[in-house]
Design a protein around this ligand. Structure first.
Ligand code: CMC
Length: 437
C-alpha cells in the first residue's frame, strides 16, 4: 500500500494512502493521534472523509452523480422512486419478486396509527411543516418501536425502512391538510407512490384529484434526484446521531432538522421567497445581482452555488429541462418563472459568479417545479426530505454494517482560558471587573 510521510519536529510518521474505486485518494489518519498526539483541524469538513461508502458517487468538477454506480440521468429518465429507494438501501435494483414484496409492504404501511392523528390537533395551523414532520417521524418510535440492538434482525430493519418511506408521505400530506383545515384523505391501495401522495394532498371529500401523468412524472423525478447525495450536512447528521445506536426513526428525525436550514434543503423555499421579494419590490435583475455580490448586503442568490459542484449540478440540468416542459404546458406567463430564468441567465454571465464557480443548483429549479405541482412554499423542504429519506436509510444501514463500528466523536482545538478561579458573587458585585484571572 502506498504511504505518505508526515514530518513533525524531528519525528515522522508513515500514513497509508487509500484509493477508492474512482481513484479518489485519502490519507488515512486513523492512528494519527495515537501515534503522535496530533489531531487535524478542518472547520466545515471541507477536506475530511468521514467514512468509506459504496452508495453514491459524486464528481463535483465534472457534474457526475451516480447511485450504486448508475448515472442519475438514467435513473431520472427510467426508474421509479421506490425502485431507486430499493437500489440505494439494498445495493441493487430489485428483481420482480423483490419489487413486489417491497411495493406490497409500502402499501400495507401507508397509514399512520389513528392515535397519531391527535398529534396534529396539538399543532397550530401555522406550524411549519418541517417541525411537524420531524416531530411525527420521531413519534413513530413510540407507535412502532423497533429498537436497534446488537443482535438486530434484518427483517426489523426492513420493516423500519419501509414504514418510514411509506408513512413519511402520509405525514407530509396530513400536515398540509391540517394547515388548511381540511379532513385527512386516506391513502389508496391501488395508486403508485407519487400518485398516492398527490391524492392525499389534493383530493377532498367534495373534489377528487385527478392525477396528471406529467405532474406524477415530475414528482417521481424530483424525488429520485434528491434521494442521496453522499456525506452532506443532513446525511452526516443521520450517521452521527445513529452512531450512538439510537433507533432509525430518531436518527432520521435529526436528519430532517438538519435539512431544514436555508443553507441546505431549506434553500428551495428561500428561492421562491427570493423570487417573490424581487417581484413584489419590483427589483431589476441588475439590482439583485449587485445585492448578491455586496458583502455588506445579506441578500444571497439562493439556488446558486454548491460546496461540491463547481462546474454544474447534474440534478439542476435535468430539472431545468423538466421545468421547461411544464412551463410550455401550463405556466408560460407566470412572473416568478420569468424572473427565475432571467436571474439564471444573468448569474451565468456575471464575472463574480463565474470566478467563484457559482451555478444554479438543484434547489433553483426544484422550487419552481414544486410550485407548478401545487405544493405550498413552506412544504418544499418536506418534499426534499421525502426524497432524501432512502439515502439517509441506506447510509444508516451501511454505517451499522461496517466494522469496526465507532460512535462519531470529533475533537477540537481548545482556545479558551487556561485556568481561572471561581469568583464568588459578593466579589463580582463589588468589583465587576473581577473575573478570577
Ligand atoms: N450568492 C452570492 N454569493 C455566493 C453565493 C450565492 N448564492 N454562494 C456563494 N457565494 C460566494 C461567497 O460569498 C463566497 O465569496 P467570497 O469568496 O468573496 O467570500 C464564495 O462565493 C464562496 O462561497 P462559500 O459560502 O464559501 O461556499 P461554500 O461551499 O461554503 O457554500 C453554499 C456553499 C451552497 C452554502 C453557498 O453557495 C450558498 O449559500 N448558496 C445559497 C444557498 C443554496 O442555494 N443552498 C442549496 C445548496 S444545494 C442543496 C443541497 O445539496 O444541500
Amino acid at each position: 500500500m502506498e504511504k505518505i510521510t508526515l514530518k513533525y519536529g524531528d519525528n515522522s510518521l508513515e500514513l497509508p494512502l487509500l484509493e477508492g474505486t474512482q481513484g479518489e485518494r485519502a490519507i488515512d489518519i486513523s492512528n494519527l493521534r495515537y501515534s503522535t498526539g496530533l489531531i487535524t483541524l478542518d472547520v466545515g469538513y471541507q477536506n475530511t472523509g468521514s467514512c468509506l461508502s459504496s452508495i453514491t458517487y459524486i464528481d463535483g468538477d465534472n457534474g457526475i452523480l451516480r447511485y450504486r454506480g448508475i448515472p442519475i440521468e438514467e435513473l431520472a429518465e427510467k426508474a421509479t422512486f421506490t425502485e431507486t429507494a430499493f437500489l440505494l438501501i439494498y445495493g441493487h435494483l430489485p428483481n420482480e419478486s423483490e419489487r413486489a414484496v417491497f411495493s406490497q409492504r409500502l402499501t400495507e404501511n401507508s397509514m399512520i396509527h389513528e392515535e397519531m392523528l391527535r398529534f396534529f390537533d396539538g399543532f397550530p395551523p401555522s406550524a411549519h411543516p418541517m417541525a411537524m414532520l420531524s416531530t411525527m417521524v420521531n413519534a413513530l418510535s413510540v407507535y412502532y418501536p423497533s429498537f436497534f440492538t446488537e443482535s438486530f434482525e434484518s427483517v426489523t430493519f426492513d420493516m423500519m425502512a419501509v414504514r418510514l418511506i411509506s408513512k413519511i408521505r402520509t405525514i407530509a400530506a396530513y400536515s398540509y391538510k391540517h394547515s388548511i383545515g381540511e379532513p385527512y384523505v386516506y391513502p389508496k391501495h391501488d395508486l403508485r407512490y407519487c400518485a398516492n401522495f398527490l391524492h392525499m394532498m389534493f383530493s377532498s371529500p367534495v373534489k377528487p384529484y385527478q392525477v396528471d401523468p406529467d405532474i406524477e412524472r415530475a414528482l417521481n423525478m424530483l424525488l429520485i434526484l434528491h434521494a442521496d447525495h453522499e456525506q452532506n450536512c443532513s446525511t452526516s447528521t443521520v450517521r452521527l446521531v445513529g452512531s450512538s445506536r439510537v433507533n432509525l426513526y430518531a436518527s432520521i428525525c435529526a436528519g430532517i432538522c438538519a435539512l431544514w436550514g436555508p443553507l441546505h434543503g431549506g434553500a428551495n423555499q428561500r428561492v421562491i421567497e427570493m423570487l417573490e421579494e424581487i417581484h413584489t419590490r419590483g427589483l431589476s435583475i441588475e439590482q439583485c445581482i449587485a445585492m448578491a455580490k455586496d458583502r455588506n448586503n445579506p441578500f444571497r442568490l439562493y439556488g446558486f452555488g454548491h460546496r461540491i459542484y463547481k462546474n454544474y449540478d447534474p440534478r439542476a440540468k435535468i430539472l431545468k429541462r423538466m421545468c421547461e416542459t411544464l412551463i410550455s404546458k401550463y405556466w408560460y406567463d407566470e412572473p416568478l418563472t420569468k424572473i427565475a430564468m432571467e436571474l439564471e441567465r444573468a448569474g451565468l454571465n456575471d464575472e463574480y459568479f463565474i470566478e467563484r464557480k457559482l451555478y444554479p443548483n438543484v434547489d433553483f429549479y426544484s422550487g419552481l417545479l414544486y410550485r407548478m405541482i401545487g405544493i405550498p412554499t413552506d412544504m418544499f423542504t418536506v418534499m426534499f426530505a421525502i426524497g432524501r429519506l432512502p439515502g439517509w436509510i441506506a447510509q444508516w444501514k451501511e454505517m451499522h454494517d461496517t466494522r469496526p463500528f465507532k460512535i462519531g466523536r470529533p475533537r477540537q482545538i481548545y482556545t479558551g482560558h487556561t485556568i481561572r478561579r471561581y469568583v464568588p458573587m459578593e466579589e463580582r458585585q463589588s468589583d465587576p471587573e473581577a473575573q478570577g484571572d
